[in-house]
Write a protein that binds this ligand. Structure first.
Ligand code: F3S
Length: 80
């Protein structure tokens, strides 16, 4: 299974990820991306049919801000 969250320290609000994976990423009031699945905590497994979108977003982010892992993230992400 895949898990994801966005590092908002490095996200430049380029909006590419929401175009690639609209069911996973949305933007806060500052335009910074976050995972809508679990409020950017990275603890909710990505549904199989969304994994391709996730990997597209991961590869497309110009600042490598999209974190992807095979295990749930344990650090507490900045909340939106
Ligand atoms: Fe930010 Fe990268 Fe998405 S810069 S808006 S996380 S594509």
């Amino acid at each position: 299974k895949k898990y994801t969250l966005v590092d908002q320290e490095t996200c430049i609000a380029c909006s590419a990820c929401g175009a690639s994976a609209p069911d996973i990423f949305d933007y806060n009031d500052d335009g910074l991306s976050y995972s809508i699945l679990d409020d950017n905590k990275g603890v909710t497994p990505i549904e199989e049919d969304l994994v391709d979108d996730l990997l597209d977003a991961y590869e497309g982010c110009p600042t490598d801000s999209i974190q992807v892992a095979d295990e749930p993230f344990i650090r507490v992400a900045e909340t939106v």
